[in-house]
Each structure stands twice: as structure tokens, then as C-alpha cells.
Design a protein around this ligand. Structure first.
Ligand code: URP
Ligand code: ZN
Ligand code: ZN
Length: 461
């Protein structure tokens, strides 16, 4: 099977030029002006951009959490991702305390067999006695080259500093990367207990019991631990200016610290948690939404490369039935929100169209750096000869209103309901196969492959 994409404007993290792209089987094999090669399929991309498929390095499909399970599985979630121009994601396997990581990997690998696009896995480490350090190396051999550790959620996922340090010391040797959920879980827990004892049960207290200082303190501690271990660290879902400042200070000193933020922190605020009729529960995720002024600081962080990646932390729970579990206590609302479908649209519109970032930077944030950071580059994350033909024909002029009525995520609300954006994926190819074309789905469950990732590519910037 061969495909020729003609007349498109090719946008990568570094370049912006007009070219035709020839795809044979699953790879890009020729790039150039006015190609006359015979192809089984020709796509006319006149007036459109061709970008490397989006890579979302932070999703939670089919994840048991907070007494329920996230509502998208690997089939529905990856399908929704593809509609939005994302062709690869990295999800999280969760080690059960006292068990081998291998068991978790097998479970999540099975869940992933329904994926419609390629996927990788991080390993959430909940337990790491000295005797089990070899498990971490085993994961690297299996292509699981990053581990997430939690400084929050006591008695569930939280680990102590010694465990974090042990994992980081190991990554200093094996080249993998520690991803930190940085919030001071112990202190937050005390705030939560106090609020509940005072009868403060509404969704807004989820945010009021998780101050920005609790995030900044944990980011600072994670950086210090990584320095002592001689390893890089990647801060996930960074939400506040205070935390950003800690990352910025460290990077100025040349410490290899990296961080991602998510569209919700760039575009929503704590006011959303105060919506009437328990609607604030739709915005309960961790870290929480902050005061509006933090948004400008985060955009600045993206511009200055203090933040290198935009992921979604897609972790959907339906409003009816799932978020409802916390009607009488914000502490029982399952933490998480949907977003895997809208990342490229939102960052294109609010970043590129509103002149906060360039087109190249958009591609870099949503595809290229995620690929570099997590061992997928140059197989993915760019448009080059030999790379996977994970390509998006992007219509920069398509206007749409984001809504739960039209999205493809298996969840009954949108965090961005009513947001108007200009720019959307028109045609999406995954390893050379058209899976979305003008709103029509032609992919299938199980066609996505588990990608064994290389180790962290190094602090290139
Ligand atoms: O609220 C969130 N973010 N849920 C998913 C788990 C996590 O901490 O990433
Ligand atoms: Zn987290
Ligand atoms: Zn997450």
C-alpha cells in the first residue's frame, strides 16, 4: 500500500515548507516538491498543514482509581485521540503493592490489545524494596523506559522519599526517566481532614485543600532528590506559577529538570470548581485548577521552554454515576478529567492563533519533544524519511465548537464545553493507514501496536 500526500505545508518542530510526502507501507519513504510517484491513494492537502501525529505522554485508559474505573478504555480512548490528531500515547501500568512490576505490565499490555493507535507504557511504582531494584531494569528491557512515582495520594499510590531516591538512583544508571506527581500528600491529607470535619464538602474544597505551596514544595524536593541521585526528573501535570518557578530556578542552574503542563491548567481556573449543582465535580482532578493568573505564567513557561511538553492527563469519569460518588464529600469524587481528543485543537487555537507560540513550537510541544523525551524519536514525532507515517492533515481554518454532544471520548461531559476553536485534524494516518478522514472513522480495535521505547534521549536543551 502506498499513499501520496500532495501540496501540503509540512510543519515540523524545526521546519516549515511545501512538499509532497510519499508513504510506502508504514513509513515515509520520499519527501520533495512535485513528486510524480504512482500511489495507491492520493490525498490532496492544498491549503492544509501536514504535521507529525500528536503524542500524548500522559493518559489513563481503563484505570481503576478512586473506587471506580476511568470510562475510556484503550479502544474508545485511542479512537478519540485519533480524531483529535493524536497518533500515539503513553499510558500507565500500575504496580500493585507487594507484587512484581512484570504482573502490572502484563495486565496493561492486555488492556492495550484493543488500542487503535500505537501506545507505550510508563510503570507506576508503588513499592520498591532494595531487593526489587532489578525490576526497574527489567522494565527498560521491555521498552518501559519511564516510571511514575507519587508524592501524593497517601495509602494509595504515595511513596516515601527513600523510594523515590532509590528509583532515581537506578535511572541514573539505566537511562530511564522518573516522572513525578509532585504534591505534598501528607500535608494535603491534613487539610482535607480539617475541611471535612468543618463540614466543607463541596467540590471547591478539593482545590482549597491543595495549595500551590504543596505543589511547589514537592517539585523542589523532587529536584533535590534527583540532584542527589544524579538523574534527570520529569514533573508531570505542573499546574502553578509557584511550581514553575522551582523548575525554572533549577534549569537556570543547569539541572536536568523537565516538566509538562496540560490544556486544563492553561485554559480553566479554580472558578470552574465553584459551578452550581455539583458541576464543579467535573473539574476535580489533581493537582487542582488554580487562580486564573497562573495561566499566563504557564504560557510563558511554554514559550521560554521551562515547560517542554503539553500532555492531557486524560482520566475521564462520567458526571452521572462516577463523579456523583462524591456528592456528600469532595474527597470521594474520582480525580480526573477528559481531554485526549482536544489537546491539539486547544493548543493550536489558544497558542498559535492567539499568537502565544509559533506553529513550530506547537508541533514541538505536542509531538516532537514528547517523542524525544520518551524514547520514540525519530521513529515518531517528526516528518522524515524512515519515520513512521503517523501524519495529520491539519485544516487551520476549520472552525468547531467543542462539545460532549460531538466528541468521541466515552464520557458524558466536556471540560471545554462551548469552547470555539479554529483548526482541526482532517485526515489522520497511523503507520501509513488512514484511520480518520473528514470526520469518518476507518481504524479498528487492535491495530495499535505496543511500542518498546528507547531510554531517555538526554538533556538536549
Ligand atoms: O486527577 C488526576 N490527575 N487523575 C489521574 C491520576 C494522576 O494523578 O495523574
Ligand atoms: Zn498524577
Ligand atoms: Zn495522570
Amino acid at each position: 500500500m502506498s499513499t501520496l500526500i500532495k501540496n501540503g505545508r509540512v510543519i515540523t518542530a524545526e521546519q516549515d515548507y511545501f512538499a509532497d510526502i510519499f508513504v510506502e507501507k508504514d513509513k515515509i519513504t520520499t519527501l520533495g516538491a512535485n513528486l510524480t510517484l504512482q500511489a495507491d491513494k492520493v490525498i490532496d492537502a492544498e491549503g492544509k498543514y501536514i504535521i507529525p501525529g500528536g503524542i500524548d505522554v500522559h493518559t489513563h485508559m481503563d484505570m481503576p482509581f478512586g473506587g471506580t474505573t476511568s470510562s475510556d478504555d484503550f479502544e474508545t480512548g485511542t479512537r478519540a485521540a485519533a480524531f483529535g490528531g493524536t497518533t500515539c500515547l503513553i499510558d500507565f501500568a500500575i504496580q500493585s503493592k507487594g507484587t512484581k512490576m512484570r504482573e502490572a505490565l502484563d495486565i496493561w499490555w492486555m488492556k492495550g490489545q484493543k488500542a487503535t493507535i500505537d501506545f507505550g507504557l510508563h510503570m507506576i511504582v508503588t513499592d520498591l524494596p532494595e531487593a526489587h531494584l532489578e525490576d526497574l531494569n527489567e522494565m527498560v528491557r521491555e521498552g518501559v523506559t519511564s516510571y511514575k512515582l507519587f508524592m501524593a495520594y497517601p495509602n494509595v499510590l504515595m511513596v516515601d522519599d527513600a523510594t523515590i531516591f532509590r528509583a532515581m538512583r537506578q535511572t541514573g544508571n539505566n537511562g530511564a526517566l522518573v516522572c513525578m506527581h509532585a504534591e505534598n500528600g501528607g500535608v494535603i491529607d491534613l487539610f482535607v481532614q480539617k475541611a471535612l470535619a468543618e463540614g466543607k464538602t463541596a467540590p471547591i474544597y478539593h482545590a482549597l485543600t491543595r495549595p500551590t505551596t504543596a505543589e511547589a514544595e514537592a517539585v523542589n524536593r523532587a529536584i533535590a532528590l534527583s540532584q542527589m541521585a544524579g538523574a534527570p526528573v520529569y514533573i508531570v501535570h505542573l499546574s502553578s506559577a509557584d511550581a514553575l518557578e522551582k523548575v525554572s530556578e533549577a534549569r537556570d542552574k543547569g539541572i536536568p529538570v523537565f516538566a509538562e503542563t496540560c490544556p486544563q491548567y492553561l485554559l480553566l481556573s479554580i472558578e470552574d470548581l465553584d459551578r452550581p449543582n455539583f458541576e464543579g465535580a467535573k473539574y476535580v482532578f489533581t493537582p487542582p485548577l488554580r487562580e486564573k493568573w497562573h495561566q499566563d505564567k504557564l504560557w510563558e513557561g511554554l514559550r521560554k521552554n521551562t515547560l517542554q511538553v503539553v500532555s492531557t492527563d486524560h482520566c475521564p469519569f462520567c458526571f452521572k454515576e462516577q463523579k456523583e460518588m462524591g456528592r456528600d464529600s469532595f474527597a470521594k469524587i474520582p480525580n480526573g478529567g477528559p481531554g485526549v481528543e482536544n489537546r491539539l485543537q486547544l493548543i493550536h487555537h489558544h497558542g498559535v492563533n492567539l499568537k502565544r507560540i509559533s506553529l513550530n513550537r506547537w508541533v514541538e510541544l505536542v509531538s516532537t519533544t514528547p517523542a524525544k523525551m520518551f524514547g520514540l524519536y525519530p521513529r515518531k514525532g517528526t516528518i522524515a524519511i524512515g519515520s513512521d507515517a503517523d501524519l495529520v492533515v491539519w485544516d487551520p481554518n476549520k472552525e468547531l465548537t467543542i462539545s460532549a454532544h460531538s466528541h468521541h471520548m466515552r464520557v458524558d461531559y466536556s471540560m471545554f464545553e462551548g469552547f470555539k476553536v479554529k483548526g482541526d485534524a482532517e485526515t489522520v494516518l497511523s503507520r501509513g493507514e488512514v484511520i480518520v478522514d473528514k470526520g469518518k472513522w476507518s481504524g479498528k480495535a487492535g491495530r495499535g501496536e505496543f511500542i518498546k521505547r528507547n531510554t531517555y534521549a538526554g538533556a538536549w536543551k
